[in-house]
Design a protein around this ligand. Structure first.
Ligand code: GLP
Length: 241
């Protein structure tokens, strides 16, 4: 694991953007794994800037997002589809056909998970996966007690996750209780992983991810076994290392 501790959110975002942009410059048809949440917003802003300055093009890139809430349609403002369009895709030259996000409205969820996993395999796997981390150590929506061998699947969200994510909704009752998420196995098959964390709220989870036991109770701890992980965090997130 490479651990980079930087001064602040801005520096974290810029470092991550240089890594993603380098990946795409070196391999224009890269397969990117993308995350949502507050953490990667600065990274996406920076990628948009690099695109506008014509330093990188996403024309041939394919992307697979980590997760989506069950029951939210693509045009629902809380859906991860909406988030990705607003915060990245509509500002760069991604081909819309190359964008993949699990369908939270699929009629048959089990089939949707199999379809998603198959599509990742057909693309020959993810070259670079961007991750955030939950306060409980989740990655994607792989909550504590996850089975490490899981592929894309339907998950029940932890109470802690529902509470933390309720900040994006009008009330806690509106937060979906289930989601479709890539599994740990899917994430571990990515060739490279970049995990981003900022703020004191992530300090515990980060310390356990890097120094703790590898355990399904702290899903991100499995990353200790990945061959190419870079963790970029600000000083607050690193404060318990
Ligand atoms: C969400 C997402 C994760 C994300 C995490 C942290 O629930 N499913 O992919 O990394 O929580 O979110 P944030 O970056 O807003 O702290």
């Amino acid at each position: 694991m490479r651990v980079l501790v930087v001064e602040n959110y801005d520096e974290m975002s810029k470092k991550a953007a240089s890594m993603v942009a380098s990946q795409v410059i070196l391999k224009p048809d890269s397969i990117l794994g993308l995350a949502t949440g507050d953490t990667p917003l600065g990274l996406y802003k920076e990628l948009i800037r690099l695109y506008r300055e014509q330093l990188v093009s996403f024309k041939e890139v394919k992307s697979f997002n980590l997760d989506e809430y069950l029951g939210l349609s693509k045009d629902n403002e809380q859906s991860y589809h909406y988030y990705m369009m607003e915060n990245l895709f509509k500002h760069i030259d991604m081909n819309l056909e190359n964008i993949n996000i699990p369908d939270g409205m699929a009629e048959n969820i089990e089939e949707e998970c199999i379809r998603y996993e198959k599509k990742i395999a057909e693309a020959c796997g993810i070259d670079m996966q961007v991750l955030g981390i939950g306060t409980n150590g989740h990655i994607g929506f792989n909550e504590p007690d996850i089975k490490f061998e899981a592929e894309t699947h339907l998950v029940n969200l932890d109470e802690e996750t529902i509470e933390v994510n309720s900040r994006f909704f009008q009330s806690i009752g509106e937060v979906p209780t289930q989601a479709l998420s890539m599994g740990i196995k899917t994430i571990m098959h990515s060739k490279k992983v970049i995990l981003l964390a900022y703020g004191i709220g992530k300090a515990d989870a980060i310390a356990k991810t890097i120094r703790g036991k590898i355990t399904p109770d702290l899903p991100a701890s499995i990353l200790q076994l990945h061959r190419d992980v870079t963790i970029i965090m600000d000083k607050a997130a690193a404060s318990k290392l």
